[in-house]
Design a protein around this ligand. Structure first.
Ligand code: GTP
Ligand code: NA
Ligand code: MG
Length: 305
């Protein structure tokens, strides 16, 4: 059955780390864009999801793709994980070589360990005169992330987002770690994915960023997502270009939702819109039922007191 043909899919990498250690700058440098420069106060407010293709001639990873998720703090990551969503294959922890390990660095390490995903450490800002990359390795080594060079098993890459140093090496290391995970997908299936983020847009209504994790999503597909449903009216890639299809490991922005889904909701293509509607109504009813049960329990407890 050609619909069941398996392929290797690009890894999904979440970039985490202490505030201002350069997560967005690093992704900007990799993508050759300037998201960080356009952010109010330089603080990332929402999750960015990007797909990059390695185009360096002669690189062993030439032609390969990687999906990156840039996170504002870890809240989004934690919330998604708490809701059972598994979106990330690898966590890249960014540590500024001048600041060293900070509280949010350690939180990021804890989150990655709890999610049981491989960690790569990007020691950033090595261009700074007061950079101490070895101190970062020492600090993280003390927490169980021992560099390969020191006999451990954690990949560390010294980088500079500003000077675009060692970015190719970082991408190659990500591909190597991805290969160990043997990441597969079946493009012939109908799409399944996870909502990364949702917002109410004044002109366009409910808009969701969805990571297609398996199968292929097509314009006009009907879907259920969390407690709502819809039919794709338009979809866009990570650079805002309208697209018609999105294969496994592709972040897309979709229009055509009946109402707002939540980050972490599962997204599932159905045969038609009516089926999507029935399933979502059933889910809503079930949710109301459990809420009613909960509130009546609370009021009964109140009476008993
Ligand atoms: P939040 O999203 O707020 O958590 O920050 P972030 O981790 O995304 O950091 P961001 O990319 O906003 O960078 C913070 C500051 O560090 C900016 O002023 C960047 O210009 C600077 N910066 C980032 N990378 C480098 C680097 O490699 N070298 C130097 N010298 N500065 C850098
Ligand atoms: Na910042
Ligand atoms: Mg940022």
């Amino acid at each position: 059955n050609p619909d069941e043909h398996e392929v290797t899919r690009p890894p999904v990498v979440t970039v985490m780390g202490h505030v201002d250690h350069g997560k967005t700058s690093l992704l900007d440098a990799i993508r050759e864009t300037d998201v960080a420069g356009g952010e109010a106060g330089g603080i990332t407010q929402h999750i960015g999801a990007y797909k990059v293709k390695i185009n360096k001639e002669g690189s062993p990873a030439f032609g390969r793709e990687i999906v990156f998720l840039d996170t504002p703090g870890h809240e989004a990551f934690t919330r998604m994980r708490a809701r059972g969503a598994k979106v990330t294959d690898i966590v890249v922890i960014v540590v500024a070589a001048d600041d060293g390990v900070m509280p949010q660095t350690l939180e990021a390490v804890d989150h990655a360990k709890a999610a049981n995903v491989p960690i790569i450490v990007a020691v950033n800002k090595i261009d700074k005169p007061d950079a101490q990359p070895d101190r970062v390795k020492q600090q993280l080594g003390d927490r169980g992330l021992v560099p390969e060079a020191w006999g451990g098993s954690t990949v560390f890459v010294d980088v500079s987002a500003k000077k675009k140093q060692n970015l190719d090496l970082l991408l190659e290391m990500i591909c190597l770690v991805a290969d160990l995970g043997n990441l597969k997908a079946t493009p012939g299936r109908s799409a399944v994915g996870t909502v990364i983020e949702a917002k109410l847009d004044r002109g366009r209504g409910a808009v969701a960023s969805v990571l297609v994790q398996n199968g292929t999503l097509r314009n006009q597909d009907s879907f259920i997502v969390g407690n709502t449903f819809g039919k794709i009216r338009a979809m866009f890639d990570d650079r805002g270009r309208a697209i018609e299809v999105a294969g496994p490991s592709t972040p897309v922005e979709i229009l055509g939702l009946e109402s707002m889904p939540e980050a972490g909701d599962t997204f599932l293509v159905t045969a038609d819109r009516d089926k999507a509607k029935v399933i979502s109504q059933y889910r809503k009813m079930k949710e109301r039922e459990s809420q009613l049960a909960k509130s009546s329990r609370v009021s009964l407890e109140g009476l008993a007191e």
